[in-house]
Design a protein around this ligand. Sequence first.
Ligand code: ADP
Ligand code: MG
Length: 385
Amino acid sequence: MNIHEYQAKELLRQYKVATPNGRVAQDAEEARQITKEYGGQSVVKAQIHAGGRGKGGGVKFATDPDKAAELFKAMMGMQLVTKQTGPEGRKVRTVFISDPVDIARELYLAFLVDRATSRVTVMASTEGGVEIEEVAEKTPEKIVKVVVDPALGLSGFQARQIAFGLGFSGDGFKKCVVFLQNLYRLFVEKDCSMVEVNPLVETKTGDVIALDAKIGFDDNGLFRHPDVLAYRDLNEEAEEEIEASKFNLNFIKLDGNIGCMVNGAGLAMGTMDIIKYHGGSPANFLDVGGGATEDAVKNAFRIILQDTSVKAVLVNIFGGIMRCDVVAKGIVNAAKEIGISVPVVVRLEGTNVEEGKKILAESGYNLIVGENIKDAAEKVVASIK
Ligand code: ADP
Ligand code: MG
């Protein structure tokens, strides 16, 4: 789960990580008021779950309170397009007014979980404001990378190594070390999967502060953080993903045209690979998990069929704890409810497979049987062509 910048900054403050003053304004008048409080100038920032807002026109400097009110009006409700939103952009529903900062240097800092080492990794670079992918490609030597031992946490020497790499000295150096240690504590205690501070700023008065912050959380840890869960903004999530999460289903939207219903994430990966191998492209995958009920399967199938980019469906189920007859009944029930307008290929294997196949065959719907995973993938790709 991701959260907005203004929410991320609330968390940073809780952990004593320095960040500029700022508040969400409800209307233009409040934007004017907050700007007055900040001495007559402010930075007006659109809140969407995507970066690159600055270049897309979602971060603007207000030279006086009236200008802040004007910028608020222009920004609120706009469809903001950035490099990360795709061409359709995102609607701005929240506008954040920030105290302007006199920037001396813009730096880059991120904490993330490196899947290869299974450890929290800190990436830092003096090239702030720029996209890190670009730095990694053109000037990789400018990135400092530190891998944290979970038993030890971010040690003093590591924090100093990063601060040094970021070019700090004297008082700023000490502030950077404290900043890093507090941020690490936040990362671990809140079960984050990613914290990106871009830019991390050294101000002209020598402070070290997070000017922007992006935080992602491990969904599996959310149950123990009701405060974080309260930050969830459904407007920022794909409609089908929200619908799926209501039934404890895992739905991931992709950009192809073959809908996939599978059980288990590993099978999902395998299914997508084999679709690609045969020249197709998945529109999504919906993982019904291990012990889904008939009702959950029905809803899963309905969600896939409602995705308008889906031109064909591949159901690939390996029945273990999950029984094939339960899956078959769920599919047939969904078909009864909303009809099937695209080719559906079903490959079932495992527990109660014969009963499952029988239910599908007797349903009266034109469901294409895949004899095995290869056959199923070939048939679903062929059904579109
Ligand atoms: P995004 O990453 O979505 O473009 P940022 O919050 O990083 O948005 O803002 C983009 C740029 O705007 C920053 O790199 C910085 O130069 C400037 N900026 C943002 N907030 C402030 C602020 N409070 N004071 C001064 N400049 C700011
Ligand atoms: Mg930024």
